[in-house]
Design a protein around this ligand. Structure first.
Ligand code: ZN
Length: 480
């Protein structure tokens, strides 16, 4: 029998070893796969000991259960990353090589060759089923561990997020149904304007993120996001100098920015993908939002309290900081955006927000039903197709397999939508208490820091989820 202190200490060290290797993998650096597997096996044994001892409190127990399930799923996740590289399309090239699933993100940002984008999209959708065996094994491994301890993946997720299944699906449906019409109007408007063509399935999040938001991106060219995020967070009272940043471009680097919290709060690293100015700004602001959340953890708190944070709570802090890039006053005052372009830029970022809402709503409902109704992969793809048709336009079923957050995580997308609603409420509180330019007020920083320090004990019930304020923020476009 191990003492709780000993389990915590070992779990934290093993976690740090795994995270250090995953950091290297995400950054496209050489990493030690053998060490990763050995550590995963040690982690598995430790988690089994903790679970046999029915370790308390409940969030610690669930954290160990998830650690065990993740350790069992690790080989398939690693295999999946190797498959991403193998799925490529010879007709479309980037840096003299066929575009593959890892370089697709970079390609989408760099090109305005719409027909090449369509070729790549169609080819990847067609090849997506090749990923199914690995995703299936990853999910099955997770399910089997949950079965062994009489738990199930969906209930664990809902318990951590402190929400009922019916409430969650109702909120998500409400968001998507209200966002649908303005989104389709905005999508048609921008597709005609940018491509001279109607909105189509391959106009995905990258199109909205980078092409629709091009004017803001052009304005940000030459500005250093790190300088601005550090200045803003410093004014709020956060010391973020300790966060390590990797901005180097490497062929195997993940297409999405990511934060790796190796030790909370001591060792926090951000992998940035500097493909385009707005992308760099959003990534850096988003990941530094996660960064301050981790930095505020009390090092004296137990391991589980610092680590067992619901995903929607994590994303609340990142959205709070990257949300500044959609704030009229912040853009004009801090980033010097001329007032004559501000309305256009805000319309465009709202269009992206609408896309994000309908897209994630379809993904979330599909994935929730995947676990609730034990869907087959075929059924999941057809469910995704139906949901996209209902919420915006029909996207080919297998596309969901190409969206990394869907594939690697048991459930994640609903947390983004919950975080959006919660962040809007916190933004309102900040404005009410500290004024329109709350980011200039150290007392606002103190409020955020106190919330961030709660980590696994975040007071979820203090911020009831309400879709209206969030919808109000994204549905008012000047040309609709
Ligand atoms: Zn995030």
């Amino acid at each position: 029998m191990l003492s709780v202190d000993e389990i915590e200490k070992q779990a934290e060290d093993l976690y740090a070893t795994v995270m250090d290797q995953l950091y290297k993998q995400y950054a496209g650096l050489p990493f030690d796969e053998t060490l990763l597997f050995q550590t995963a096996i040690k982690g598995k044994e430790l988690a089994e000991t903790a679970l046999e001892q029915s370790i308390k409190p409940r969030p610690f127990y669930l954290l160990m259960l998830e650690n065990l399930a993740n350790a069992m799923g690790l080989p398939f996740i690693l295999q999946l990353s190797k498959e991403y590289e193998k799925i490529s399309t010879p007709e479309v090239q980037i840096d003299g090589k066929p575009v593959n699933l890892l370089t697709w993100g970079k390609f989408r940002i760099q090109t305005t060759d719409w027909s090449a984008l369509k070729v790549a999209f169609d080819s990847f959708v067609e090849q997506a089923p090749k990923l199914i065996p690995y995703v299936k094994q990853r999910f099955t491994a997770h399910q089997e561990i949950c079965d062994r301890y009489n738990e199930n993946p969906l209930d664990i997720y809902l318990e951590k997020e402190q929400i009922q299944y019916s409430t969650l699906t109702r909120l998500i449906t409400q968001l998507a149904e209200r966002a649908r019409k303005p989104f389709l109007q905005a999508a048609e408007y921008y597709c005609q304007k940018i491509k001279g063509e109607p909105f189509s399935p391959q106009d995905d999040h990258a199109f909205f993120h980078y092409n629709v938001n091009q004017p803001l991106s052009n304005h940000l060219r030459g500005l250093d996001p790190l300088v601005h995020v550090k200045k803003t967070l410093k004014t709020l009272g956060f010391n973020v100098e300790g966060i390590k940043i990797d901005s180097e471009d490497r062929p195997l680097k993940r297409p999405h920015a990511v934060i790796v919290e190796v030790r909370i709060p001591e060792d926090i690293r951000v992998i940035n993908n500097p493909y385009n100015p707005l992308g760099a700004f959003i990534s850096i602001f988003h990941e530094f939002g996660h960064g301050i959340h981790a930095l505020c953890a009390n090092p004296k708190d137990p391991f589980w309290k610092r680590h067992a944070v619901p995903l929607s709570v994590s994303e609340t802090f990142s959205f709070l900081i990257d949300g500044l890039l959609e704030n009229r006053l912040f853009l004009t005052k801090e980033l010097g955006l001329p007032s004559k372009v501000i309305n256009d830029c805000l319309d465009r970022s709202k269009a992206s927000g609408l896309f994000f809402t309908v897209f994630l709503a379809a993904n979330s409902l599909m994935k929730l039903s995947f676990w609730k109704d034990s869907l087959s992969f075929e059924q999941a793809s057809s469910r995704w197709e139906n949901l996209t048709r209902r919420f915006y336009i029909e996207i080919p079923g297998n596309y969901w397999l190409l969206y990394p957050i869907n594939v690697e995580h048991i459930l994640y997308n609903p947390s983004y939508l919950m975080a959006s609603m919660r962040t809007t409420q916190i933004q309102h509180n900040l404005i009410e208490e500290f004024g329109e330019a709350w980011w200039e007020e150290p007392r606002a920083g103190k409020y955020i820091a106190e919330l961030a320090a709660t980590r696994a004990d975040f007071p979820i019930s203090k911020f009831p989820l309400d879709p209206e304020p969030f919808l109000k923020q994204i549905t008012q476009l000047s040309f609709i």
